[in-house]
Design a protein around this ligand. Structure first.
Ligand SMILES: Cc1cc2nc3c(=O)[nH]c(=O)nc-3n(C[C@H](O)[C@H](O)[C@H](O)COP(=O)(O)OP(=O)(O)OC[C@H]3O[C@@H](n4cnc5c(N)ncnc54)[C@H](O)[C@@H]3O)c2cc1C
Length: 475
């Protein structure tokens, strides 16, 4: 049995509370020691260091890890799920040393492999530039593969968009040659079709709206032909008997947007361009007001004296650009769906534009039905209401869709600028160019986007005739 301690050494409960230590005067408040240990916020409470512009050398100097700091990370296991945390060995370095940072080089680095980035990249590669496109996912995974593929400046004309209409018509006029050249360069046929659009009215209100637009189309000298209901059904026999009147827009055309992305991707790489897929861009690196390249999410650096932002609806979110010089583009969500017509005789040949939905027949027998216009930020959820409205809108114009197979549904984000027109040309930062904000017309404008951007970058300035689309036009 152990000897009993003398009374003076036996534990006695403390009767008075411990006096708090006085703070040391020579340390700032945040660095005071508490209970003898340096107090740090838990790792997950610490704010990430703000992204600083590189000073001096690019690629930037990578900070060495602070010894003894043990970051924690979520791990799975022991049935405790993600809340279980484990300490990493403190000696493992968290960053690569400067010598280990991989550096890529291109004359021109493009952010985003949608139709805007691909068309620009293809044309620049054809001019002999060394072009790299950086795409965080797969080509076309933004809005471009969500598109219905309409090239419809006449049916979609809006009051007061004169300059945009001229750009659209200029692009449409290039599309036949563009499709031929793409087929030759890539081996992919983009299913360029020229039947035209048929805009239909179902109610007296629709008829009134249709007539106002038709008068405007004629005032602009567009080919738009007013048809009675029966005349419209002569063209498209499966239109609903309730179709009251229609306007035929024979100059409107269409392509398959998926095939367009495939063709541009192939043409770009065959022309010598380099496509970096699954490679997300974190920031644009610059020296004061001069672009130096890109910083990738995987910590690699890209040296390039010219950078093109073609990141669609995400264009304003790339870091490294002063707030005022960022392209002002917002996402407008569009839900759409695909029906499959297994009948040998297709349901329709023209693009049918009804008040609440459009139907775009494709060469493989499918019909794309679109699209909602929703201001919901980057909320990509499909909604019962959205799909219901599209099906109802399409069914009212063409009841025969009722029995078709519903093959697919999706949502995409149109990149919309402040005035609905694209941003094409140089920004206020030297070497930084923008090809974004194509809104509802990015497929239609893809042909001219590649031409304008490559011409402008090669010349070092935007040709004066496109000044209305300069990214700097908002001040
Ligand atoms: C439902 C729907 C139907 C449409 N129908 C038509 C139509 O019939 N006709 C028409 O002309 N237009 C149509 N549009 C509009 C058209 O799809 C767009 O205007 C066009 O696709 C925009 O192309 P983009 O290359 O600018 O953008 P996107 O196609 O969105 O490409 C941007 C790319 O950038 C990538 N990216 C973003 N951030 C980063 C980053 N940090 N690092 C690397 N990569 C990044 C994205 O992954 C994406 O692939 C439709 C759009 C929708 C949503």
């Amino acid at each position: 049995m152990p000897a009993r301690r003398p009374a003076s050494q036996r534990h006695r409960p403390r009767t008075r509370p411990r006096r708090p230590r006085r703070p040391r005067r020579d340390l700032p408040a945040g660095k005071q020691r508490r209970r003898g240990r340096l107090h740090r916020k838990p790792h997950h409470h610490r704010r990430a260091a703000p992204l600083r512009e590189p000073r001096g050398a690019f690629p930037p100097r990578i900070p060495r890890p602070t010894r003894g700091l043990a970051p924690t990370d979520g791990v799975l296991g022991h049935g405790r799920g993600l809340r279980s945390r484990r300490r990493r060995p403190t000696t493992r370095p968290r960053h690569k040393s400067r010598a280990e940072v991989a550096v890529l080089n291109h004359d021109i680095a493009i952010i985003g492999a949608g139709v805007a980035g691909l068309a620009t990249g293809w044309r620049l590669a054809q001019r002999g530039f060394d072009v790299g496109i950086f795409e965080r996912d797969e080509p076309g995974s933004g809005a471009s593969r969500a598109a219905a593929g309409m090239l419809a400046p006449t049916a979609e004309v809006k009051f007061g968009e004169g300059a945009l209409l001229r750009l659209q018509r200029d692009s449409l006029a290039r599309f036949g040659d563009f499709a031929d050249e793409l087929r030759e360069a890539s081996g992919v046929d983009i299913d360029y079709r020229t039947e035209g659009s048929l805009v239909v009215a179902l109610e007296p209100d629709d008829t009134e709206r249709l007539e106002r637009i038709w008068a405007y189309q004629r005032e602009l000298g567009l080919d738009a032909r007013r048809l009675s209901g029966p005349a419209a059904r002569d063209l498209e026999p499966r239109l609903a008997p309730s179709v009251h009147s229609a306007v035929l827009c024979p100059d409107d055309h269409q392509v398959d947007a998926w095939k367009l992305v495939d063709a541009l991707t192939e043409a770009f790489t065959r022309a010598g361009g380099t496509l970096h897929t699954h490679t997300s861009v974190d920031a644009i690196a610059r020296d004061h007001r001069r672009v130096r390249g890109l910083r990738l999410a995987d910590t690699r650096c890209v040296e390039a004296s010219t950078v093109v932002v073609a990141a669609g609806a995400w264009s304003g979110g790339i870091l490294g650009v002063p707030e005022l010089d960022k392209p002002t583009v917002r996402p407008v969500k569009g839900q759409a769906l695909c029906l499959v017509d297994n009948d040998d005789a297709p349901l329709c040949r023209h693009v049918i534009r009804a008040p609440d939905a459009y139907l775009v027949p494709k060469n493989d027998g499918s019909i794309v039905v679109g699209a909602t216009m929703e201001e919901r930020g980057f909320d990509a959820r499909l909604t019962a209401g959205g799909i219901f409205e599209l099906l109802r809108g399409a069914w009212r114009a063409m009841p025969g869709i009722y029995d078709l197979e519903l093959r697919d549904t999706w949502a995409g984000f149109r990149p919309i600028s402040l005035d609905d027109a694209p941003l094409l040309g140089p920004s206020k930062i030297d070497g930084l160019w923008i090809a974004s904000g194509h809104g509802r017309h990015g497929i239609l404008l893809s042909a001219i986007t590649g031409d304008v951007m490559s011409e402008a970058i090669a010349a070092g300035e935007l040709p004066a005739r496109y000044a209305a689309f300069a990214p700097t036009r908002f001040g």
